[in-house]
Design a protein around this ligand. Structure first.
Ligand code: HEM
Length: 230
């Protein structure tokens, strides 16, 4: 195998570097995102219930979820989009100007590094109504998606360098969430109210606080409950 220039071979070091890249880019992002989604759902029990009834209504007693099932889970997709809006796991996306350009009156010299603030786009009142409210419904009758075509919502970036793992990540997230919501009931310990859950958000991929919650197996013949720490 060869890289773009015929002279340089794809060495073991390159392969190792690339594997590390894909592994790093694919694990931290998805796990951080799942943490945020579950936390958001614990904080908004009505949304959690609505989502569970959609998932359980579609799956019933099924053990294995197939893609057709996921296609029917429109509320699940809306919850995912809304969580991405507020908590994009990669908040800053770098680019380098390939040539001198003028953008909106600003001269940008070739070689300048430009940081695109995806997190700020998702929290910009120019694009979103009531942006502080976690409201998956805003996506139900909207064509806005995160595939790089709507610049107010770019958790996976956009253009030629858009995340190559977008399809895999979306399928993985949908499957993981559908499974844990189908099979488990989630609640905060000691009767704590989700509304009171404080989830400080700093400029970081991960949550900065630890959250403890109880997870009950839906089928009482199995394990009764476990405690999960985020
Ligand atoms: C929630 C999950 C994920 C999010 C939010 C995410 C987000 C991103 C973002 C914003 C970029 C930069 C895109 C740009 O510059 O326009 C990126 C790049 C990348 N992502 Fe993801 N990603 C996720 C999951 C994954 C997965 C599962 C994989 C692989 C299995 C992956 C592999 C990569 C790679 C290799 C790059 C670098 C691409 C390049 O430099 O051209 N990502 N990702």
């Amino acid at each position: 195998m060869r890289t773009r220039t015929n002279s340089s071979k794809l060495t073991t070091l390159y392969v190792l570097g690339l594997s590390q890249d894909v592994f790093g880019a694919g694990t931290e992002t998805t796990s951080a995102f799942l943490e945020w989604t579950i936390t958001k759902l614990l904080r908004h029990p009505t949304i959690l219930k609505k989502l569970q009834s959609e998932v359980r209504g579609i799956l019933h007693d099924k053990q294995y979820i197939i893609f057709d099932d996921l296609e029917r889970m429109q509320y699940l997709k809306a919850v995912i989009k809304e969580t991405f809006r507020y908590h994009p796991p990669v908040p800053l996306i770098p680019r380098e100007a390939g040539r001198d350009v003028k953008i909106m009156g600003y001269d940008i010299a070739a070689g300048t590094i430009i940081i695109i603030n995806a997190l700020a786009f998702g929290r910009n009142p120019l694009f979103w109504d009531e942006l502080e409210i976690f409201e998956p419904e805003r996506f139900l009758n909207s064509s806005i998606d995160f595939k790089g075509l709507h610049f107010q919502h770019i958790p996976f970036g956009s253009g030629k360098r858009i995340c190559p793992g977008i399809g895999f990540a979306t399928a993985f997230i949908e499957l993981a969430l559908a499974n844990v919501l189908h099979k488990f009931d989630w609640e905060l310990p000691g009767g704590a109210k989700g509304e009171n859950l404080v989830t400080p958000s700093i400029f970081s991929t991960r949550m900065v606080t630890e959250i403890i919650c109880k997870i009950y197996m839906t089928n009482p013949n199995n394990i009764s409950y476990a405690v999960q720490r985020f």
